[in-house]
Ligand binder design. Structure first.
Ligand SMILES: Cc1cc2nc3c(=O)[nH]c(=O)nc-3n(C[C@H](O)[C@H](O)[C@H](O)COP(=O)(O)OP(=O)(O)OC[C@H]3O[C@@H](n4cnc5c(N)ncnc54)[C@H](O)[C@@H]3O)c2cc1C
Length: 279
């Protein structure tokens, strides 16, 4: 099936895009980024935006920068760019690695990091990494801008804190201190499919471990029990880790027993991987 008729706009400046969206959002108008999630939904007529505002020509949304302390990515940076960028690999190797798990080449070439965050599929890799990084997500409307912490952005299955007239503009991640160990692991039926369950961890030297699980609940979540266990160091007894991951899953209301077990395995594998990977 083809999408329903719509008006199409291709702004080249962000203020133009926010003005167009301010007028269109009330009637269900939307922005389109890579179109890898939106176009299939339009083809199936699950959504029928009467107006589409294409962000593809807004150059300021594709920039990437790093300071000594932060990495910042425009929302229109594609997943493929994240996998291959030296800037990302050097400063956030876990992010570059996680991006290789997103779909296939065609999807990564067009799909954007911002689109993935706003789409908010609970099995998606990019939201999980942003939660792990405690990233700041800058959003803008015609009337102003604000920054939302990743921890407050994901509200549930395909639901976020973004207002209908807001555009996600930029994500900023603190760069982990040198010597930080990291791991990322997911299970999918076939490589490129959405994850059934996955986990990512950051273990800074002498700092607070961070572990995020995804794919099993209605949004990615911090595995805080596992983090407490890891405070003793990454060489933790496997049974202790399995029990902690089970508690984390229970707190996140993961009901499916298979997913609970899978999540425990993913957490253990991500931590095992962290023994060999260092920023
Ligand atoms: C076969 C297939 C396999 C896939 N596998 C995976 C996978 O394994 N892992 C994974 O994470 N994803 C996967 N995806 C999804 C893919 O990563 C999408 O690209 C992504 O979810 C959406 O990004 P996009 O740029 O294409 O956004 P679009 O499809 O253009 O937009 C998605 C939604 O976000 C909104 N939006 C987009 N950008 C912005 C913005 N800057 N501000 C405000 N709203 C915005 C749109 O209005 C729309 O509602 C897969 C997709 C396909 C078709």
């Amino acid at each position: 099936m083809k999408p329903a008729m719509m008006e199409y706009y291709a702004p080249t400046r962000l203020d133009e895009a926010t003005t167009l969206l301010a007028e269109a959002a009330e009637n269900g108008g939307k922005v389109i980024a890579g179109g890898q999630s939106l176009i299939p939904m339009m083809n199936f007529r699950l959504v029928r935006p009467p107006v589409l505002i294409d962000l593809g020509g807004v150059a300021e949304l594709t920039s990437m920068e790093a300071t000594d302390s932060h990495l910042s990515l425009g929302a229109m940076v594609t997943t493929a760019t994240i996998t291959s960028s030296d800037l990302v690999r050097r400063n956030w190797p876990l992010l570059a690695h996680a991006a290789t798990w997103v779909g296939h080449d065609q999807i990564r070439n067009r799909g954007t990091v911002g689109g993935s965050l706003v789409h908010a599929d609970p099995s998606a890799e990019m939201p999980a990494v942003m939660l792990l990084a405690d990233a700041g997500l800058e959003v803008r409307s015609a009337t102003g801008s604000r920054t939302v912490d990743a921890a407050d952005f994901f509200w549930g299955y395909m639901s976020t804190a973004l207002e209908e007239d807001e555009i996600l503009v930029r994500l900023t991640l603190e760069i982990p201190p040198p010597g930080t160990r990291w791991g990322f692991c997911e299970f999918a039926q076939r490589h490129g499919d959405f994850a059934e369950a996955g986990a990512a961890c950051l273990l800074p030297p002498g700092g607070q471990p961070r572990v995020v699980a995804f794919g099993a609940a209605d949004r990615p979540f911090r595995a805080t029990e596992t983090e407490s266990v890891l405070l003793a160091g990454p060489a933790v007894d496997a049974e202790k880790l399995r029990r902690a991951a089970s508690e984390d899953a229970a707190q996140a209301e993961v009901k499916d027993r298979t997913k609970v077990r899978l999540l425990g395995t993913m957490v253990q594998r991500a931590i095992a991987m962290a023994r060999d990977q260092q920023v």
